[in-house]
Design a protein around this ligand. Structure first.
Ligand code: NZQ
Ligand code: ZN
Length: 386
């Protein structure tokens, strides 16, 4: 196992009707910006719960944050933060609202140029200050509620990029599984697959003798496989919703990443598909992952075999046969929850592959747990999804 340091200060308040407790968590006398998305919180009753709970708090609202949140929208919110002298941010929504709010929190205090540089120049420009924020999560998927990551799209240049800082970890996150009841199938499926592939990015790499982290990771995968379909079958099944919600949080709160190599190449390629075609984040991952497993079967061999055997019971045949069967089982699972895995399912033309590989060639970036995936391999991985 590698050496590691781990600190996660996010207070999780989990359970039925916990949104009503939000005022306990807001600092005394704070002027709060309530951020939200395209209006689902008004339709689901979450907005009303929040407003009722915060009747003694000074509130300003900023709605209209889109899925795959835009830099351009966030910068409008930054203007509001400055004009209204906001000192606390409360994000109410899915990963997009939370990520946008994290970016707003540090962009509002950045004085050395364009805050897009947090994403564009991660080696050079670091977050040094951020307003404190809290979250009420309405969609289990990204883990944003318990990590310091944020992914922002700059529409004008068709780029989607991530940044991370402990300074934008929420002070608290409220997780009421009842929020799952109002999610459409499409978003439940996205949440299952996004969380599943978060586990993969931290588990399906190479062996470093980390049996505990492996079993935590496998525990999350098994739980998603068991509980995800129950949520799809009965949206009002509170217990399954609760298990799904907590699985998605721990899939990306840093715990399973401690002491082990991490990949994230599937995400980096997936973000390009969203940047060019607006495809839902989880769906881009489902497109990229099978090709990633296929092309990187040598790097990932031991872990793919372990995953195939422990999760799907695939234990016979040659190594290559077992790997092929494991990839097929994984694709079958994604499709069973309603997520297709081929580029043609999303009307992505082959020219997009060239655009994406050109970007990787130009930047010279090599990705994956061994930093050995170059632009040509990115192309081969995407061609596998044709
Ligand atoms: O915008 P509103 O009207 O609120 O509707 C949303 C949105 O249309 C709706 N929704 C949310 N909660 C609902 C609901 N509808 C009914 N009932 C509810 N309870 O769902 C739609 C999708 O919401 P969004 O927040 O975009 O989804 P998700 O949570 O999947 O977030 C995706 C974003 O997170 C980023 C992705 O790249 C993408 O931009 N990620 C963030 C990560 C992180 N911070 O660690 C890691 C992930 O890998 C991911 O990259
Ligand atoms: Zn993801």
């Amino acid at each position: 196992m590698y050496n590691f340091e781990y600190k996660n200060p996010v207070k999780i308040i989990f359970g039925k009707d916990k949104i009503s407790k939000v005022s306990n968590e807001i600092p005394e006398g704070a002027k709060v910006l309530l951020t939200y998305g395209g209006g689902s919180i008004k339709r689901t009753g979450v907005y009303e719960q929040v407003i009722n709970a915060l009747d003694n708090v000074s509130l300003v609202e900023f709605g209209g944050i889109e899925a795959n949140p835009h830099y351009e929208t966030c910068m409008q919110a930054v203007k509001v933060v400055k004009a209204e002298k906001i000192d606390f941010l409360l994000a109410v929504g899915g990963g997009s609202v939370l990520d946008a709010t994290k970016f707003i929190a540090c962009a509002a205090l950045y004085e050395n140029g364009d805050p897009w540089d947090f994403m564009a120049k991660p080696g050079e420009v670091r977050v040094e200050k951020a307003l404190p924020l809290g979250a009420i999560l309405t969609l289990p998927a990204t883990g944003s509620e318990m990590n310091g990551n944020s992914v922002i799209t700059r529409v004008s240049i068709q780029e989607k990029k991530a940044f991370g800082s402990p300074l934008v970890m929420p002070q608290f996150s409220i997780l009421d599984p009842q929020c799952v009841f109002t999610l459409p199938n499409k978003q439940v499926a996205n949440g299952i697959v996004d969380a599943f592939i978060h586990v993969f990015e931290q588990y399906l790499t190479f062996e470093v003798n980390s049996p505990l982290q492996d079993r935590w990771a496998e525990g999350i995968l098994s739980t998603l496989i068991e509980e995800g379909p129950k949520v799809l079958a009965d949206r009002n099944d509170y217990e399954s919703a609760a298990n799904f919600m907590w699985s998605a949080t721990v899939a990306l709160n840093g715990m399973i990443a401690v002491g082990v190599p991490q990949d994230w190449a599937t995400h980096l390629i997936g973000h390009e598909l969203t940047a060019y075609h607006g495809i839902d984040h989880a769906r881009t991952l489902a497109i990229v992952l099978p090709g990633m497993m296929h092309i990187k079967r040598d790097n990932k061999k031991d872990k793919i075999l372990q995953y195939g055997e422990r999760i799907w019971g695939i234990a016979t045949g040659s190594d290559d046969e077992r790997i092929d069967a494991t990839i097929a089982k994984t694709v079958e699972f994604f499709e069973s929850v309603g997520i297709p895995t081929k580029l043609r399912d999303y009307d992505v033309p082959t020219e997009t592959i060239t655009k994406i590989t050109d970007r990787f060639e130009k930047s010279g970036e090599k990705i994956g747990e061994k930093a050995d995936i170059d632009f040509a391999e990115v192309g081969a991985i995407l061609e596998h999804a044709l």
